[in-house]
Every structure is written in structure tokens, then in C-alpha cells.
Design a binder for this molecule. Structure first.
Ligand SMILES: [Zn+2]
Length: 291
């Protein structure tokens, strides 16, 4: 009778606890948020810097790739003594958009090209701009637009990184304009590019990096890393970055939760791989200080 009771109640409970104990601990080290926007709707609305900065601190973020519409948001972050005092490094990128209308025509708009040149010449209080983007190409063929072409050339000549929200075909087109380009693939295929294709492009372009916000299929169940992704990220941990993508004000109240989600799936990787994706790759790319 006692044996049966043990089998029915105690053993399953013990297994459950044991199973829980086996679940990986979240990654606890510093984070580089490689996809941060501080847009006008946030800073002139419910999420000014006085709201945003405590969120970054609580999330354990020690550096951000800042790109904002308009670029005033990035200039404000870069110039803030409070951000510097918090030990957060701002890596500024020139956003190609002055307003939402610029999303759909920038690749053929000479006034955007001029705006980028002006911003690069001006720089920020935190130092020169380190990259261009984020930009979007909703149709891959627009990667061949004249402004897209010349900005790719310019970025390669100046050693700038490019943050591109595009599909796999546009990656190929952009790299064809400028094989020396250093490209960060925002969301690493937000439309669900097959993982084998991601692997193929990483092999083909050694300077291609993948940023992982909004990537479909990355996690399963309660936010654990999907098996094939775990394999890819373990094998190529030097090629990936995490990001928040605060593209709309409603992302800001979720900021700490978004970073906690990243910490949870990073915990499913070998610790050295998790650290590279969370921090080390950004540190290598942009010369970030020790956290
Ligand atoms: Zn974005």
C-alpha cells in the first residue's frame, strides 16, 4: 500500500521537481541591445528619457545600438549625462527616416542621401556615427534603388555597419553592390526565412550578422530556444545579436520583459555562446568598454 502511494504521488512530484531543476538558468550578464529606437512618439509622448533610462538600467542593458526617427532621439541619448553616468554606451546609427513617409521611398530619394551625409558630418555627442539604418525594403528589388546602392558604397568606404530589415533576396542584392559591406540583418528574416537559408547566407557573407528580435520560430513553449536554432546559435555564436526593437511606444512598457525573454532563451545556450550573443559580439564590433 505504501509502495503504491509512493509510486502514485511522491515519485511524479519528485520527477517534476527534478525536471524543473534541470531547466537552464537565464543568462545573467550584461546586454547589448542591438536594435533600439527612441522615436518621436516615445520621447514627446509617454516615454521620455526619464522613463526610458530606468528601464534600460533595470534590464541590465549596458550598451545600445540607437537609431531613431528622427535622428534627434539618438542625439538626445548620445548627449545625456544621465545615460553616461549609468554606464550605458550609446552606439549611434543614422536613421534614414525623418518621418513615416520616408519608409517607402528612401532608396530612391536624393534628399535622404544628403541628410545622411549631413548627419555623418555632424556626428553625435557620444562620438561619430557607427552605422546606417535601420532601413526597410518591403520589396527586395528596391535594394537596387540608386540611394540604396550609394549608401552601401558609402558605408563600406567609411567602415560603417548597416542595419537592414529585409528579406534574404535583398541581402544578396545589397551584398552584390558592395561585397565589403558590414551588414546586420535586422530580425534575421522576419518573414520566416528557412533556417537553412540563414545558414547559407552566413557562410556566404562572413561579415553578415543576425539580430534576433521578432524572429519567428526562435523560441517554443515557454520561451525556450527551439532545437534547430539552439544548434545554429551554438555553432555560430559569433554571428548573432539580441535586440528590443522599440519601434512603437507600446514596446517601452514591455522593455524589461523583452530583455527577460532574451535572457531566458540565452540560458539554453552554452554560457560562452550566450555571453557572445548578449554582449561580446557587440563589444567586438563597436569596441564597447568592459561592463
Ligand atoms: Zn526596428
Amino acid at each position: 500500500m505504501i509502495a503504491r502511494w509512493l509510486l502514485l504521488f511522491v515519485l511524479p512530484f519528485a520527477l517534476l521537481c527534478g525536471g524543473k531543476a534541470l531547466a537552464a538558468e537565464p543568462y545573467a550578464g550584461p546586454l547589448f541591445d542591438a536594435h533600439l529606437h527612441f522615436n518621436v512618439e516615445a520621447y514627446e509622448g509617454p516615454h521620455p528619457l526619464s522613463d526610458v533610462l530606468p528601464r534600460l538600467k533595470r534590464a541590465g542593458v549596458r550598451a545600445v545600438l540607437a537609431n531613431s526617427r528622427p535622428n534627434a532621439g539618438t542625439h538626445e541619448l548620445a548627449a545625456s549625462p544621465a545615460v553616461r553616468a549609468a554606464g550605458i554606451t550609446v552606439v549611434p546609427f543614422v536613421r534614414l527616416y525623418r518621418n513615416r513617409a520616408d519608409y517607402t521611398g528612401w532608396f530612391a530619394d536624393p534628399s535622404i542621401h544628403q541628410m545622411v551625409l549631413d548627419e555623418l558630418a555632424r556626428g553625435t555627442a557620444a562620438g561619430p556615427f557607427r552605422g546606417l539604418g535601420e532601413f526597410h525594403l518591403y520589396e527586395s528589388a528596391n535594394a537596387d534603388g540608386p540611394v540604396a546602392r550609394s549608401l552601401m558604397k558609402l558605408s563600406a568606404e567609411m567602415g560603417l555597419w548597416v542595419l537592414a530589415h529585409v528579406d534574404d533576396e535583398a541581402i544578396v542584392r545589397l551584398m552584390a553592390h558592395e561585397p565589403r559591406a558590414r551588414l546586420i540583418w535586422a530580425h534575421t528574416g522576419i518573414g520566416g526565412t528557412p533556417i537553412e537559408r540563414v545558414r547559407e547566407l552566413l557562410a556566404r557573407y562572413p561579415q553578415l550578422m543576425g539580430e534576433l528580435s521578432y524572429r519567428p520560430g526562435l523560441t517554443v513553449g515557454e520561451g525556450r530556444l527551439e532545437g534547430e536554432w539552439r544548434e545554429l546559435l551554438s555553432q555560430h555564436s559569433e554571428r548573432f545579436l539580441i535586440g528590443s526593437d522599440t519601434w512603437t511606444p507600446s514596446r517601452w512598457p514591455q522593455y524589461e520583459a523583452l530583455m527577460a525573454e532574451a535572457r531566458r532563451w540565452l540560458g539554453d545556450l552554452p554560457p560562452a555562446a550566450a555571453r557572445r550573443i548578449a554582449w561580446g559580439n557587440g563589444q567586438r564590433m563597436f569596441g564597447l568598454p568592459e561592463p
